[in-house]
Design a protein around this ligand. Structure first.
Ligand code: PMT
Length: 404
């Protein structure tokens, strides 16, 4: 398996480390990958397109081209062609443009059109690499679900020594091999996922809700697609950027709507993940007109909502696997364990409100995953996409699937 037949778009930007992209290209071709190189204009000052075209066995692109009909759309085709797009080396300049959606060359236009996973291997001087603006841009790319191939430490072109060297091509190849081997492990699996908050209407203009952004759920949805699953997403109202086309996607508002949508697809699923922060209570009645300002206090009566996970847990078949989440403020482990058994989960993912860098809205999380068999896995603080990968690894371990 490895990289044979994989279509890789290699983006090369203006950095002295561009010489390493020649080695990377040679290794990719040796592994059987198809490589299409796109260079930024400033990359042309660092390495010759002729060298790269010879190594990749394809013409190297760096500017928009008209086809025979006069249409300027090769960036869209390239974006659809690739199994993975990798920027190596990525300069601070192109990093900033990617983080802000700028589009002043073919490489950036292709990036914005790409539907495949995107990886980036920055290369720059040590102080540039630590600058808050660069750190922020790196975090922004990670929040888009892109994978950072972190710069290594060592001697730099400036003569200084520190972190900023582009990851070595051999290490990038190892990461790519692992990725594409993993990619297949959810192929043929049907996975359902609830995500985001629910909104429980009080009147036509107000609702009760919570702080869930949907980032954790969406990271899981993306990781599932990348590893080959067919995914049904049932999402509460979220304002993060999402690409609904990759999924069977249903937007809902209330817990009741989320329950109906989840129930409708549940029977055909291999795995159901309950990542949504569902309101436990909803207004007992919804006012038909906007509630007017009255005296000093306003009493609202709340009524218990349906517990989606618990109800579907009763319908769970022996070949189905249910994964729950728990967000606790006290007695975290005890409460998570209680939910694991009461809701008939196979795994529960506990995230703490007390932990810095974990929980609602953030791009990072730290989780503890408990299995019904008594296993416990504790993660580091990491981007939600990485946490999603860890959760999928645990789902695979817990299930009795035959690996492909
Ligand atoms: O969206 P983000 O900003 O990225 O934040 C992620 C998150 C913190 C929202 C997410 O990771 C998370 O922890 N979601 C569950 C939050 C929660 O409050 O869970 P809970 O302890 O109330 O519920 C336990 C489980 O039962 C959950 O899987 C929940 O989806 C499910 N549940 C709860 C109540 C209900 N009425 N129906 C349910 O299905």
């Amino acid at each position: 398996m490895g990289l044979a037949g994989k279509r890789i778009l290699l983006g090369i930007t203006g950095s002295i480390a561009a010489y390493k992209s020649a080695f990377l290209t040679r290794l990719l071709i040796k592994e059987g990958a198809e490589v299409q190189i796109i260079m930024s204009t400033s990359a042309l000052d660092f390495i010759s397109p002729l060298t790269l075209a010879t190594l990749s066995k394809r013409p190297v692109l760096h500017e928009f081209q008209k086809d025979e009909t006069g249409v300027w759309n090769n960036h869209v085709e390239l974006g659809l062609w690739a199994d993975l797009m990798i920027f190596a080396p990525l300069s601070a300049n192109t990093l900033a443009k990617m983080a802000n959606g700028q589009c002043d060359n073919l490489l950036l236009a292709t990036y914005l059109s790409a539907r495949c996973p995107v990886w980036f291997a920055p290369a720059m001087d040590l102080d540039m690499y630590q600058h808050p603006a660069v750190r922020k841009n790196i975090q922004t790319l990670q929040s888009f679900g892109h994978k950072l191939l972190d710069a290594e430490s060592g001697e730099l072109a400036s003569g200084l020594s520190g972190q900023g060297r582009m990851m070595e091509p051999e290490s990038i190849i190892d990461e790519l091999k692992q990725f594409f081997e993993k990619e297949q492990d959810f192929k043929g699996k049907k996975v359902g996922l609830t995500m985001g908050p629910t909104q429980e209407a009080l009147d036509p203009v107000r609702f009760i809700s919570n702080h869930s952004s949907g980032k954790m759920g969406y990271a899981l949805a993306e990781a599932l697609i990348e590893r080959g699953a067919e995914v049904w997403v049932i999402s509460g109202p979220v304002s993060i950027p999402v690409n609904k086309e990759k999924f069977h996607w249903e937007d809902v508002h209330s817990a009741q709507e989320m329950f109906q949508a989840a129930k409708a697809v549940h029977t055909q699923l291999d795995v159901m993940i309950f990542a949504a922060a569902v309101a436990d209570y909803a207004p007992a009645s919804v006012a038909s007109e906007k509630i007017k300002k009255q005296g000093e206090f306003l009493e609202i009566q709340l009524k218990k909502n349906v517990d989606i996970a618990q109800e579907l847990g009763k319908l769970k078949k022996p070949n189905q696997l249910h994964v729950g989440f728990a967000l606790e403020t006290v007695n975290e482990e005890e409460n998570a364990q209680e939910k694991l058994s009461r809701k008939n989960f196979d795994l529960i993912v506990l995230n703490s409100m007390k932990e810095k860098g974990a929980g609602f809205r953030l791009d990072t999380n730290r989780v503890t995953i408990f299995s019904k068999g008594g296993q416990k896995v504790v993660s580091e603080i990491a981007p939600k996409k990485e946490i999603a990968g860890l959760i999928l690894d645990e789902i695979k371990r817990e299930s009795s699937w035959t690996l492909v």
